[in-house]
Design a protein around this ligand. Structure first.
Ligand code: 5RP
Length: 220
């Protein structure tokens, strides 16, 4: 099934959460490409954006949206991003586009994280999508060995260097029943920059593109 229609639907629905004069945190990926297109229709209203990747920065600038350096900010009103998987606690796997570390920083800074997804991203248990981990290159063998001990099957993502100059491993065959403790455990391994599990900082609002229109879920 072609899911682009649902990605686009969710992306445009996010415009309802954009307020005049604010700086918008912008994620990365194909859904976010639609969002940047949508955001360009409000570019005269907003102050600008901070971006989670070089690719989103380029797209934002191409649309005439000013992109600010994240290092000059300590908080943000809103972050809009997608996910590879999201469960009913609004915890996510992210990093399919290798931007997980910057995404996690912006998510942590934002008062509100709005996750925009097509309906295929909704799952009961996280882990069918291989879990990305950004690591310092020299830690590849060590981190891989530790992940195998945890029951995962790590695969080095070939030909990918992150915007931070690191590498990615994707972990297959993980059935993540306790995302919070898994996130802590993997993040504590030396050499791990960050794991693409967004459990301690989950989403606040999820906008899901479906055949029946937009479904909105808000954190209780
Ligand atoms: C990038 C991400 C993306 O949000 C995730 O991969 C979803 O991407 P897409 O919108 O292309 O399905 O985490 O690092």
């Amino acid at each position: 099934m072609n899911l682009n229609k649902f990605k686009k639907q969710a992306a445009w629905a996010a415009l309802d959460y954009i307020y005049p004069g604010t700086i918008i945190g912008v994620g990365t990926g194909t859904t976010i490409c639609y969002f940047i297109e949508a955001l360009s229709t409000k570019k005269d209203l907003i102050y600008g954006a901070v971006s989670s990747s070089n690719s989103s920065t380029l797209l934002l600038q191409k649309q005439g949206i000013e992109v600010f350096n994240l290092k000059n900010f300590s908080s943000l009103t809103i972050y809009i991003d997608s996910a590879d998987e999201i469960n009913n606690h609004m915890q996510m796997i992210k990093g399919g586009g290798a931007a997980l570390t910057r995404e996690k920083i912006i998510a942590a800074m934002a008062k509100q994280f709005i996750c925009i997804v097509d309906k295929s991203k909704i799952v009961n248990v996280l882990g069918n999508f291989p879990l990305p981990i950004e690591i310092i290159p020299m830690a590849l063998s060590y981190v891989s060995k530790e992940i195998i001990k945890m029951g995962g099957n790590p695969k080095y993502r070939k030909n990918v260097i992150t915007d931070n100059g690191n590498i990615i491993i994707d972990v297959y065959d993980m059935f993540i029943t306790d995302p919070l403790s898994m996130e802590k455990k993997i993040n504590s391994l030396p050499g791990v920059v960050t794991v693409g599990l967004f459990a301690s900082r989950s989403a606040d609002i999820v906008l899901i593109g479906t055949q029946q229109g937009i479904k909105t879920i808000k954190k209780q």
